[in-house]
Design a protein around this ligand. Structure first.
Ligand code: USQ
Length: 394
């Protein structure tokens, strides 16, 4: 299948290009390389060195024997998007090309507005380009489990049955996002649902949990094929940050009580799930929602798992609680469904500890990069838009 990946230079986009190419798909993509700039802006660096676009293209050609059509351009520029679609004629579009960080979007007015403009406008451009140039293409749009927030109800996959004043309907499940970034994904979900209804588009909206890890087998031993792994307060996500902290002997930074729960999944599972969605498209006019995660865990459970994995390879680790810079529930009900992907054959990775161990071993080789940017580990971006470094509270 001809698959266009919007955001092909990113944490997920690059490995997806490798994974789909290794599994018989023809891939092309676009990226403005902004993730590299945002991470530098917030004082971070990828803990694992990553190759430049040019080096990636050379390594791709060596690994797969074909040139990768990887264009540098802005998805908020409609002419750029339409040129890509005219040239490549995609049969599917995986949209990963957005600003993905909650703290980055909470920094100030400019970062909030930029995040929403960028994300909402580029998703609208992709919807219009599909409608005008590739109406049979299947859009796989990366949303987030964070769109649902943490309601006191179980979380279904997108829709639920409601009875109100004696009448029944099947309605979108309420979205109660917890950051300006997560809100941008809610707007995208509404826009994607509406577009699929009026234009009979095929769309899968992926409510993905927090991804961790940096390796997929398709990278082989070639360091130029690696993906990035961030640890700063904005682009580093929980388990990735904990592993980076563990290898430099920094305490693991639990925010608040650490009892907040989220869905998590290894990078390999994210790739497998996206492929399952791609190879099992919906019907024309169908907008479906997949919740995509291995399982739900509290952040403290995962910090303990990182501590255990680190102990197995001889690294002593301390877990500390820090003032929570976010406004979020720290103790709550959390029971989301994830049946749709299981029905398509998703077999969740069970041994998370060995994924974490591999990550720790990879990171140990590059610990100097983390040590040199250790200031980026402690958050100072607060949800009330003030700036103050979080102190240890336990
Ligand atoms: N947390 C800590 N300590 C840390 C970092 C995070 O306790 O050092 C806690 C946070 O307070 C939060 C939870 O861990 O309760 C998850 O935070 P995160 O930074 O790992 O993830 P989040 O901000 O929710 O965003 C990430 C990705 C985003 C994706 C989302 C999926 O950056 O692109 O949409 O995960 S989900 O969390 O399901 O919404």
């Amino acid at each position: 299948m001809r698959v266009f990946i919007a955001g092909i230079d990113g944490y997920l986009g690059w490995p997806l290009a490798l994974y789909l190419s290794a599994n018989g798909h023809q891939v092309a993509g676009a990226d403005l390389l902004l993730r590299r700039e945002w991470v530098a802006e917030v004082g971070g660096v990828s803990a694992l060195p990553i190759a430049s676009r040019e080096e990636r293209l050379t390594a791709f050609k060596e690994a797969f024997g074909v040139e990768l059509d990887f264009r540098v351009g802005d998805l908020t520029d409609y002419d750029f998007v339409t040129r890509c679609f005219q040239d490549f004629q995609p049969e599917a579009v995986v949209h990963l090309g957005q600003m993905p960080s909650a703290p980055y979007s909470m920094m100030d007015q400019a970062h909030c507005v930029w995040t929403q403009q960028n994300n909402v406008v580029n998703n609208l451009n992709i919807l219009w380009a599909i409608k005008e140039l590739a109406p049979a293409a299947h859009l796989i749009k990366l949303g987030t489990m964070g769109e649902y927030g943490t309601p006191a109800l179980d979380i279904p996959e997108g829709f639920f049955d409601v009875e109100y004043r004696g009448r029944k309907d099947r309605l979108p499940f309420p979205r109660q996002a917890g950051s300006w970034y997560h809100q941008s994904k809610v707007h995208d979900s509404h826009n994607t649902h509406f577009a699929s209804k009026i234009w009979s588009l095929k769309a899968t909206d992926i409510m993905q949990g927090v991804v961790f890890g940096a390796r997929i087998p398709e990278m082989g031993g070639d360091p130029r094929l690696r993906t990035r792994l961030d640890f700063d307060q904005c682009f580093g996500t929980a388990i990735n940050r904990f592993c980076c902290q563990a290898v430099i002997g920094h305490p693991l930074t639990l925010f608040g009580l650490g009892r907040q729960k989220r869905g998590f999944l290894p990078l390999t599972d994210s790739m497998r799930c996206l492929r399952l969605a791609l190879e099992n498209p919906p019907d024309a006019g169908e907008y479906r929602v997949f919740n995509q995660f291995e399982n739900a865990y509290s952040v403290a459970e995962l910090a303990c798992l990182v501590k255990e994995a680190a102990a197995d390879i001889g690294l002593p680790v301390e877990i500390r609680r820090y003032e929570n810079p976010r406004t979020e529930m720290e103790e709550h009900h959390y029971n989301p469904d994830r049946q749709h992907l299981l029905d398509l054959g998703y077999e969740p990775t069970r041994d998370l500890k060995s994924v974490i161990e591999t990550m720790l071993l990879d990171l140990l080789e590059h610990r100097g990069r983390i040590e040199a940017h250790a200031d980026a580990l402690i958050p100072d971006i607060r949800w009330d838009a003030s700036r103050k470094r979080s102190e240890v509270i336990g």
